[in-house]
Design a protein around this ligand. Structure first.
Ligand code: SF4
Ligand code: SF4
Length: 188
């Protein structure tokens, strides 16, 4: 190696110091969004357009999980206490984020697309209890036209009519106002 080779190396180091960096500081104001759209973050339990829960308590997600991070107990719906359109719903649902490796096997296993993953990654906490997320923490927020269960099926009187009444995939999934319970002040 000649003397000039060493100086060439120093020159590369020197010019690199003034190049734009690829790394990003965290948290960096104005650049909080650091994940790709399909990044695997915290899970979410989804709802149908009237607010009923998509989870049917089948436990397939728990069986698929290689880290044994999911615990599910199913409950039976009744006409007075209905949480999902079918027979059963997820009465207890927990994900242990001390075990989860964010592999996504659980969301692949879910037959109703009740379980999906969000981009949320800020999950650090100080206690074991705080990192075992409950159903209440995992449930999707209520969007416009949704009601907090328990409540009757709003999209059809029985299970079949309910699912036939769902909007087509890719259309506006908000519940039509004609199917919502009458509100105070609505025209008669
Ligand atoms: S992402 Fe993987 S490890 Fe985490 S709960 Fe789902 S299946 Fe289990
Ligand atoms: S999230 Fe899906 S796979 Fe898991 S219990 Fe509910 S319906 Fe079954």
């Amino acid at each position: 190696m000649g003397v000039l080779d060493a100086w060439k190396g120093f020159a590369i180091t020197f010019t690199t110091m003034f190049r734009k960096t690829f790394t990003q500081g965290y948290p960096e104001k104005g650049k909080e969004k650091v994940t790709e759209a399909r990044w695997h973050g915290r899970h979410q339990l989804n709802r149908w357009p009237d607010g009923l829960e998509k989870c049917v308590g089948c436990e397939l997600c728990a069986w698929a999980c290689p880290a044994d991070a999911i615990y599910v107990e199913a409950g039976q719906n009744t006409d007075d206490q209905r949480y999902s359109p079918g027979e059963r719903y997820g009465k207890v649902y927990q994900i242990n984020y001390l075990r989860c490796i964010f592999c996504g096997m659980c969301i692949e296993a879910c037959p109703t697309r009740a379980l999906t993953m969000t981009n949320e990654f800020k999950l650090a906490d100080r206690s074991r209890e705080a990192l075992i997320y409950t159903k209440e923490q995992l449930l999707a927020p209520l969007l416009q036209g949704m009601e907090e269960p328990p409540h009757p099926r709003r999209l059809g009187d029985d299970e079949k009519a309910y699912f036939l009444g769902l909007p087509d995939t890719g259309t506006d999934t908000r519940i039509p106002s004609r199917l919502l319970p009458a509100q105070k002040g609505d025209p008669a």
